[in-house]
Design a protein around this ligand. Structure first.
Ligand code: COA
Length: 157
């Protein structure tokens, strides 16, 4: 279960992202990734019919504290980004985003959720394994800055 520590009325809100959210998304992106996407990449996702970009905001003040990006490709969902601002990490926000992702996948009748993750990204790997994702492969030297293997994970629904 998520480690929810907020009072009921100020619980974070997950909602679809809009163009006005892009600067705040980019701020977290640059804080959390060694090779961050540029703003244009996120803008392109908003215009992409199979892409789904959601944000989580602090409902007390509207501040953006995380985001989730996934593609719906037939019966498969591909998770491309999940990130939480440093100040909000370790408080169950990613657990809520993953629950939202899996609930969405089930409600759409998806058969599986797939993702790639850096081989040394322990927080993310622990998060995915907590939701019973299983390792199904490895891509050598898939990432750069720094060069690193990708692990492929899958959750069959
Ligand atoms: C991975 C990430 C999204 C987790 O966000 P978070 O809100 O801090 O995570 P939560 O507090 O919801 O923790 C959920 C679970 O994730 C794992 N986890 C989170 N932070 C961890 C850490 N520092 N070390 C080890 N495991 C960790 C744990 O399994 C945790 O559950 P537990 O505390 O019951 O053991 C966050 O660290 C992040 O934004 N990282 C940078 C972006 C990234 O690498 N994204 C993944 C690739 S796209």
């Amino acid at each position: 279960m998520p480690k929810v520590i907020w009072p009921e009325l100020t619980a974070p809100l997950i909602r679809k992202a809009a163009a006005a959210d892009l600067p705040a998304i980019l701020q977290i992106e640059c804080e959390q990734f060694s090779n961050p996407w540029r703003l244009e990449y996120f803008a392109a996702e908003l215009a992409n019919s199979f892409s789904n970009l959601f944000v989580v905001e602090n409902s007390a003040n509207g501040a953006l504290i995380g985001y989730l990006l996934f593609w719906r490709l037939g019966v498969e969902l591909e998770l491309h980004k999940i990130a939480v601002a440093k100040a909000w990490q370790g408080q169950g926000i990613a657990l809520q985003l993953m629950e939202f992702l899996i609930q969405t996948a089930r409600s759409w009748g998806s058969e599986r959720v797939v993702l790639e993750v850096r081989a040394h990204n322990t927080p993310a790997i622990n998060l995915y394994e907590k939701f019973a994702f299983r390792g199904v492969g490895r891509r050598r030297d898939y990432y750069d800055r720094p060069l690193e293997d990708a692990l492929l994970y899958e959750l069959v629904l």
